[in-house]
Design a protein around this ligand. Structure first.
Ligand code: CA
Length: 257
């Protein structure tokens, strides 16, 4: 389907994230009763809630403005929640996404998180649990935004590591002069690495520093992003030029001399 062209959402000012009383939350759910129940409880946070009842209109809304959070059902008419999540994540790493699924089990969990969802709830869920999860996502987003703003104020704008050039303000990457196309999350991951060459990060540390997730258990998310980033950097596991596996610990970035 044709997608609206949309500039990448930038990090908003910290004061805006933390100090604002009312959040804007998008709920994409086709079951009207559930959608209205969710809206009712999120309005209490307080938040201004916008509802979308199918995938395509949900995607347009999701990309139209910066949201404080998106609650996303997996089974939707027109475009399912997993594809929608992937489309949103390809354009912005910032917005917290809570997925709703009718199926329990590890597959949904892994799929959802690998696609870039931040949390998930299995139906039927209690609305108070949903409210608590969304609150936690908003809190985490505020902390991440504050940390990002802090790091941005101190970090350099462009880093060169051997043949690799990473530009933070343009969010662009060049390897041997050729530009690489990275997703927002892959860029954030690479930017984090190039700032600390030689330092070993555990997966839990990367989740906290890059994803802003304050708990472990989502190692698979880190692994799959590292693998995709490596393949874009041309890193072969046995002869890695940039991202090295430190067995039993995590990953270390080092530019080949
Ligand atoms: Ca549904």
């Amino acid at each position: 389907m044709p997608l609206p062209t949309q500039p990448r959402t930038s990090h908003r000012p910290v004061a805006d994230m933390i100090g604002r009383a009312e959040r804007c939350i998008l709920v994409i759910e086709d079951e009207r009763d559930i959608a209205e129940l969710i809206a009712l409880h999120l309005t209490d946070l307080p938040a201004r809630v916008t509802l979308a009842s199918d995938g395509p209109s949900g995607l347009v809304l999701a990309l139209q403005q910066p949201w404080d959070a998106i609650v996303l059902d997996i089974r939707l008419p027109g475009l399912n929640g997993l594809d929608l999540c992937r489309e949103v994540r390809a354009r912005t790493a910032d917005v917290p996404i809570l997925m709703l699924t009718a199926r329990s089990g590890e597959l949904d969990r892994v799929l959802g998180l690998e696609l870039g969802a931040d949390d998930y709830l299995t139906k039927p869920f209690s609305v108070l649990e949903l409210q608590a999860r969304v609150k936690a996502l908003l809190r985490r987003a505020a902390v991440t935004a504050a940390r990002t703003a802090d790091a941005m104020a101190q970090a350099p704008v462009r880093i060169e590591q051997g043949p690799l050039v990473v530009d933070r303000t343009q969010r662009r990457v060049w390897l041997l002069g050729a530009e690489l196309v990275l997703t927002p999350r892959e860029f954030d991951l690479l930017w984090h690495f190039v700032q600390h060459p030689g330092r070993v990060f555990t997966r839990t540390e990367l989740l906290a520093d890059v994803w802003g997730l304050g708990h472990d258990g989502y190692d698979h998310t880190v692994n799959s992003h590292i693998n995709r980033l490596r393949s874009k950097l041309g890193d072969e596991r046995a002869d890695a030029a940039f991202i090295h596996t430190v067995w039993g610990v995590g990953y270390r970035f080092e530019a080949a001399a």
